[in-house]
Design a binder for this molecule. Structure first.
Ligand code: NAD
Ligand code: GLY
Length: 360
């Protein structure tokens, strides 16, 4: 039942373990803990379900915990300062370890604290949401939001290990399951039509948390992402494809106030918008567009931007997004067809404005 994948990054390579009840299996992860001090960062809800289980496996270490408030608004530099303070007060040193027990919010904040404390300490990801298990725990993007832009402050800092306990998804809300599925659909759209076809057929099994299908999508997503990361760790090229739909999605999250739209929900609308722009540019078929709408609807995800969000707001926020600017040009990820994405740097701001205006 238990599987593992390696993220190949030379002497910074690390394994991803996937399987049920892995939190109970300390013998898998304790060898990756460096030093004798461990800080577990989590939030109230996740602590209620899973913190004791984890602590029970760490009896040989000097364990500290930080239990944060839930939600995207916690992904703020003030929270990182709180982590730094704990690390300093309790004299964590360069050989100490941070464990992130939670979703993408906890993972991104903790990873950034690990990257920046004493110029970098050991970091272990234990993702507990589907979104974090298929995407954010892998690849080393860490950071926080700024009121001017999503994920604008951050660092690349790879974990030493990712432990994906699939059993934790049993306590996750349906809304958060759907949000995670958005990133899974993304992998099919940008990279793998056979996987997309499979997702179309099996969507209801996934949403019902059927173990076989869940394991399969996590394994498949982590495999695709690991391969891309190994080829382009710091997004000089191919990794940008993983941002398909994200530029529009980030604009929605920022416009609506962090946390009001879930990340996966905003990304779904972003993927629809990117697909429609690809269509308007004449590079994707009607049939593919219809399939994209259908799969996003069948995953229980939104297809329309928030009511009243204006075109110029998209453009304004997009211009701040670090991923969008490419010299003077805008960089957008488009689809040639399902399973094949491209990076387009030949799109002017005016053209993009008109495309968005006519397509939302
Ligand atoms: P999240 O971390 O806010 O978690 C969603 C909700 O699920 C929270 O309320 C949390 O308390 C709850 N939760 C977590 N695990 C649970 C469990 N097992 N049972 C019950 N409830 C549980 O959101 P998310 O969707 O996991 O992550 C979104 C964040 O990830 C965004 O900030 C996004 O920018 C970031 N992200 C980062 C990357 C990356 O590469 N670093 C990639 C994609 C997304
Ligand atoms: N989620 C996009 C990336 O990791 O590059």
């Amino acid at each position: 039942m238990q599987k593992n994948i390696m993220v190949e990054l030379g002497n910074r390579s690390y394994p991803i373990y996937i399987g049920p009840d892995l939190i109970y299996k300390g013998y898998i992860y304790t060898p990756y803990i460096s030093g004798d001090k461990v800080l577990i960062v989590t939030n109230k809800l996740i602590a209620y379900y899973y913190l004791e289980r984890l602590k029970n496996q760490l009896r040989e270490f000097d364990v500290y915990e930080l239990i944060l408030q839930e939600g995207e608004s916690t992904k703020h530099i003030a929270t990182v300062e709180k982590i730094w303070s704990i690390l300093l007060i309790y004299k964590f040193n360069r050989s100490s370890t941070i464990i992130a027990l939670g979703g993408g919010v906890i993972g991104d904040i903790s990873g950034f604290a690990a990257a920046s404390y004493q110029r970098g300490i050991t970091f272990i990801q234990m993702p507990t949401t589907l979104l974090a298990q298929v995407d954010s725990s892998v690849g080393g993007k860490t950071g926080v939001n700024h009121f001017l832009g999503k994920n604008m402050i951050g660092a690349f800092w790879q974990p030493s290990l990712v432990i994906i306990d699939t059993q934790t998804l049993n306590t996750l809300s349906h809304r958060d399951i759907s949000a995670g599925i958005a990133e899974v659909i993304k992998y099919g759209l940008i990279h793998d039509i056979a996987f997309f076809n499979w997702l179309e057929i099996n969507m209801q099994h996934i949403r019902a948390l059927n173990l076989y299908e869940l394991n399969y999508i996590i394994l498949k997503s982590c495999t695709i992402k690991s391969k891309i990361i190994s080829e382009d760790e710091t997004e000089k090229g191919k990794r940008a494809l993983l941002n398909f739909g994200h530029t529009f999605g980030h604009a929605i999250e920022n416009d609506q106030g962090y946390g009001n739209w879930l990340h996966g929900e905003a990304i779904s609308v972003g993927m629809i918008m990117s697909a429609k722009i690809s269509h308007a540019r004449g590079i994707i078929s009607d049939a593919d567009i219809n399939r994209i709408y259908d799969i996003i609807i069948s995953a229980g995800l939104p297809i329309y931007p928030p009511l009243g969000m204006m075109t110029n707001k998209f453009i304004y926020i997009m211009r701040i997004d670090k991923k969008v600017l490419y010299g003077n040009k805008l960089r957008v990820i488009l689809l040639k067809k399902i399973g094949n994405a491209i990076i387009d740097v030949n799109i002017s701001e005016n053209l993009l404005y008109n495309l968005i205006k006519n397509n939302i």
